[in-house]
Design a protein around this ligand. Structure first.
Ligand code: AMP
Ligand code: ZN
Length: 142
C-alpha cells in the first residue's frame, strides 16, 4: 500500500466506495465523479502506478475484470456501448497514480466522441519513420 494513495485507501476500506466487483487481487467501484451513469473504475489492489508496472498475471486479471463488467455495466444503465480505456501516465491525463481502467457507458446520442478525439493534429510520418518506429517497438517487445 502507498500511504498517500487514494485508491490504496479505498482498497484498505479507509475511504468508502461503491464497490461493484471484487476478487483477491482486483477491485471495481463506481467513479465518484462519473462521466456517464455507470462509469466504473477497475484497479489492481496492489499499488502500481502504470499499466506496464503490473506483473503480467495481474494485468490479465484487471483486464478480465473489465471485460466481465462491460455487460453488467451497460445493462445497468441501458447503454449502447462503452469506452474502455486507461489514462496511462501524467502526460496522458492520469490524475490518480494507481493504475485504473475506466469503463464509461456510452449512448447513441450522448454527444461524446471516440478516443481519437482527444488527440489534435495527426503527425506526418513517412514510410521510413513508420518502419523505424515499428522495428524499435518490436525489439523492445521481445
Ligand atoms: P484519471 O484521470 O484516469 O486518473 O481518473 C481518475 C478518476 O478517479 C476520475 O474519474 C475521478 O473522478 C476518480 N476518483 C477520484 N477519487 C475517487 C474516489 N474517492 N472514488 C471514486 N472515484 C474517484
Ligand atoms: Zn495505490
Amino acid at each position: 500500500m502507498s500511504e498517500d494513495c487514494i485508491f490504496c485507501q479505498i482498497v484498505a476500506g479507509e475511504i468508502p466506495s461503491r464497490t461493484v466487483y471484487e476478487t483477491d487481487d482486483v477491485l471495481a467501484f463506481l467513479d465518484a465523479n462519473p462521466l456517464a451513469p455507470g462509469h466504473t473504475l477497475v484497479i489492481p489492489k496492489a499499488h502500481h502506478e502504470h499499466v506496464q508496472d503490473m506483473p503480467n498475471d495481474l494485468a490479465s486479471d484487471v483486464f478480465a475484470a473489465m471485460q466481465r463488467l462491460v455487460d453488467p455495466i451497460e445493462s445497468a444503465v441501458d447503454a449502447d456501448g462503452s469506452t474502455v480505456a486507461f489514462n496511462n501516465g501524467e502526460a496522458a491525463g492520469q490524475e490518480v497514480p494507481h493504475t485504473h481502467g475506466h469503463v464509461v457507458p456510452r449512448f447513441e446520442d450522448d454527444g461524446s466522441r471516440p478516443i481519437h478525439s482527444i488527440f489534435g493534429e495527426r503527425p506526418d510520418l513517412d514510410d521510413d519513420e513508420l518502419d523505424d518506429i515499428a522495428a524499435t517497438i518490436a525489439d523492445g517487445a521481445e
